[in-house]
Every structure is written in C-alpha cells, then in structure tokens.
Design a protein around this ligand. Sequence first.
Ligand SMILES: Cc1cc2nc3c(=O)[nH]c(=O)nc-3n(C[C@H](O)[C@H](O)[C@H](O)COP(=O)(O)O)c2cc1C
Length: 275
Amino acid sequence: MKFVLDFLAGFYYLCCPERTYQIYIMTTPTSSYFSSRATVRNFKPEAPSRELLREIAQQAMRAPTTGNMQLYSAVVTTDPERLTILRGAHFNQPASMAPVLITICADVRRFERWCELSNAAPAFRNLQGLMAAILDASLFAQQFTVIAEMQGLGTCWLGTTTYNAPEIAEALNLPKGVVPIGTLAIGYPQERPAQCERLPLDALWHEEEYPEHSDEEILTLFKAKDEFAPNRKFVEENGKQTLAQVFTDVRYPRSTSDPFSAKFADFLRAQGFEL
Ligand SMILES: Cc1cc2nc3c(=O)[nH]c(=O)nc-3n(C[C@H](O)[C@H](O)[C@H](O)COP(=O)(O)O)c2cc1C
C-alpha cells in the first residue's frame, strides 16, 4: 500500500510538484482514517483473534505514560458467561453485544507493589495518583482504538463502566488499587456507520488565551449540532424543545448522574483511594 502511495505521489510530483506533499498526506491511510472514522455499535459475531488483539496492545503500549510508570491494565473478555455479566452491567446497550469487551483500568497496584518490594514507599492512592492512572489508561485506550480501527476493526467506548464499576470489578476480580474507567467494545463492523457532527474547531482550539464567548457566539458554535438532522430527530422523538434538553433531561439527567457519581465515589474509596 505504502509503495503504491509513494508511486502515485512521485507521479503527481512530475505533474504538479508544489502540491505533491499535500496530495500525499491526503492519500495516506492515516489522514483518510481520521477524516472518516466513526464509532461502531453493530458487530459481526466472530471475535478478532487474541493474537491480533495482543499485537495491537503491544503497539498501543508505546502511548505516553506518566513517568513511564504505565499505571493501567486492560482485561479482555470473550468468555460467554462473563460477557453476559458485563453486558448486564452495561445495561445490555447495543454496543455491549460486541464479541469482545476490553475493560480499561486505572491501575496503581502493580507499580505500588513493585515499590513496596523494592523498599520504597509509594503514594499513589490519592487524587494525583488516580488522575495519573486514568490519563495513562485513557491514552493507551485511545492508541489501541486508533490502531484497531486502522486494521479494520470497529470499536465503541462504553462509558457505562463507571456507572456499575463495583459489579464490573467483581466480575473481573479487580483488586484494590485497580479501577475500571471504560470499556472498549470491539469486533468486525457489521456495517459502516454514518459519521456524526462535530463542533467547529474554533469552539475548542484557542490561540494564546481562553476566549470569552458571548451568548450569541456560543449559540453559533452549537448551530451545526442543533441543526444536524439526526439530532433534530432526537429532539422530536423525545418531545423536547431543544437538543440541550435531550442531554440534560434524557441522556444525562441529574436523577441518574448524581446517584451514579455517589456510587463511583464510594467504589473509589473501597478500592483504597483517599480522595
Ligand atoms: C467517555 C466516552 C463514553 C462513551 N460511552 C458510550 C456508551 O456508553 N455507549 C455508546 O454507544 N457510545 C459511547 N461512546 C461513544 C460516543 O457516543 C461517540 O464517540 C460520540 O457520539 C461521537 O461519535 P463518533 O465516535 O462516531 O465520532 C462514548 C465515548 C466516550 C469517549
């Protein structure tokens, strides 16, 4: 593939040298991957092999990590009985039916134990330690996602992991110091999903200082989201007046987000974190 692209780029250079680099970038799998990627929620039944997943993990492990401590673990589940338990913890949502679920964990335990065995006194069971481990785990998960998707696999991140963390921890035998922070549902895509909208770059990319957006500017930044046809359909189907109300009243209402937050905070303390 690389050879073909190099050849095409070389040919194009002869015709139009000043644009060659741009065209080359545009035709690399990397750029086409990023401009076309989308979350997959509908998977073929056959699971990607453990060898393939290990290979991807081996590469993903090169992700940056706090102090090179690698404060994370990933637990792969393909066993049908365990999948049933995990799917229940994810409310049996469609993406949880993937043939493989990989639970991504913030993990200070392994490093801490090494410290203890090396006559060193670790101090990771606090907010800074937890943050470092969550960041390490997230960066690994994202790198894993990119590599897996570039190889033709589909993925969906399941945020419901932190809603039912105690149940997931029990199903996976997670010890103290280890906290599941997300789950990658992974498999071969049944279909190519449509891409959803994004905010314009200027909503989140700021030069030098954080801007003070006027109310009008905020509404303009969210215009594309408000007007995106599938979002308008959500508003209508849920009998709401605005898209924001779908988020606040239907998807993430206080009535569920407060109790799930309290449950997760209790779980973090039970896992030995002093917050
Ligand atoms: C932290 C996090 C939690 C998510 N939780 C879920 C989930 O529970 N179920 C789901 O179907 N998708 C979930 N997603 C996927 C998002 O809905 C998806 O990334 C977003 O709508 C943008 O779509 P795209 O990835 O296709 O661009 C989650 C993504 C993230 C980053």
